[in-house]
Design a protein around this ligand. Structure first.
Ligand code: GLY
Length: 378
């Protein structure tokens, strides 16, 4: 299928912006960013992996519109998202004499987008920034919605700010350089959107997921655009997560506990944790009588057919016991008034947020999952 461009508008009043999705956007970056500039110059922060692969293409795309750029290339990986590299980034931005009316470009995956967005939020009390997300996860989730921040010793994303970008350019051609594992990890977040609010989209993914993973550009653009549209709709209803935005955390409470249990290492990527977490959230919902037992089976069948991790047994190495996992879930920042909030579902595409969940029920789901029982199978 010939893939064109899609534009999702995020109507947040004075903070409104467009998310442009499609192939070939790096080449158009200059023309698209130029209207936001007072002077033809941008500062770009990226990581070594993305920089080596795509920085020249971005430089050419900016240069085509007469925009010059200087760049800071940070180490790749989650460890970058902490105080030391944050401080280094701010120092560099100040050295570059970035002024209040300049535009900072975050060019990379979720780590770069979160860190650079936060730096833009606090530099001179806030400068504008453009997200150019280069991973599937960043294109469908972290680059949209204005959550920015870094990790603390006490946990992930605990220091940050809401700071919306002025433009997001999601070049779907760039996804071709992702490893299959990283791509499928991002796909965990894509499936999440179908599961939380759009059964038709989930059905579409059941049919088109394999083509999408194999590189079908039309399917990729359609999936990213649908996910971004759903995220935009939720963010517009609840920008600072007082309510509905928590739906985007489907699968995340289980997933974060598993990520913490595996030391945020290569044993489990974020999107893999989210995918397993979605399967567990549906299993919990079924056991609570909220949805049919067929629903978790169908979630698991789709993830399995995509070659993704589904069961706790798919995670290499030992995991802590159910009680310890429950403890890690309790450290999730989705605690409100001392109670953990869960995103559960009344069916595929019908998620809701509740604190009304028995700890014993969660424990039994985890114990069965740890025993290697195929929890969703009947
Ligand atoms: N990644 C969840 C959110 O943006 O709210």
């Amino acid at each position: 299928m010939q893939a064109g461009l899609n534009i999702v508008h995020v109507p947040l009043g004075a903070r409104a912006y467009d998310v442009v999705i499609g192939p070939g956007l790096l080449a158009q970056a200059g023309a698209r960013i130029l209207p936001f500039l007072d002077r033809p110059r941008v500062v770009v922060v990226t990581d070594r992996n993305v920089g080596a692969l795509h920085l020249d293409a971005l430089r050419d795309g900016l240069g085509a519109a007469g925009i010059s750029m200087s760049e800071l290339v940070l180490p790749a990986g989650e460890a970058t998202k902490g105080w030391p590299e944050f401080e280094r980034t701010l120092d560099w931005l100040l050295e570059q004499r970035v002024e209040r009316n300049d535009v900072v470009v975050a060019f990379g995956g979720g780590v770069i987008g979160d860190l650079v967005g936060f730096a833009a939020a606090v530099l001179r009390r806030g400068v504008r920034f453009v997200q150019i997300p280069t991973s599937l996860l960043a294109q469908v989730d972290s680059s949209v919605g204005g959550k920015t921040g870094i990790n603390a010793a006490q946990g992930k994303n605990l220091i940050g700010a809401f700071h919306q970008p002025v433009l997001v350019l999601a070049d779907t051609e760039v996804l071709a350089t992702m490893t299959p594992r990283d791509f499928l990890s991002g796909y965990g977040e894509v499936v999440k959107y179908g599961l939380l609010g759009d059964l038709d989209f989930f059905q579409w993914l059941e049919e088109n997921g394999p083509a999408l993973a194999a590189g079908d550009m039309g399917a990729r653009v359609q999936a990213v655009a649908r996910a971004v549209q759903m995220k935009a709709d939720i963010v517009v209803r609840d920008e600072t997560e007082q309510g509905d935005r928590a739906l985007l955390n489907l699968g995340h409470t289980f997933g974060h506990a598993l990520e913490a249990a595996t030391g945020y290492s290569d044993r489990l990527l974020h999107g893999e944790g989210v995918a397993i977490g979605c399967a567990l959230a549906f299993e919990l919902s079924a056991r609570m009588g909220l949805c049919s037992q067929e629903d978790p089976s169908r979630v698991r069948a789709h993830l399995r057919s995509m070659g993704m991790k589904v069961d706790l047994g798919d995670i290499e190495g030992e995991l802590p016991d159910a009680e310890a996992l429950l403890g890690l879930m309790g450290q999730d920042k989705k605690m409100m008034g001392g109670k953990l909030h869960y995103v559960l579902a009344r069916g595929l595409g019908q998620a809701f947020v509740t604190a009304d969940v028995s700890r014993d029920m969660v424990r039994s789901v985890l114990m069965d999952a740890l025993r290697g029982q195929r929890v969703g199978d009947v």
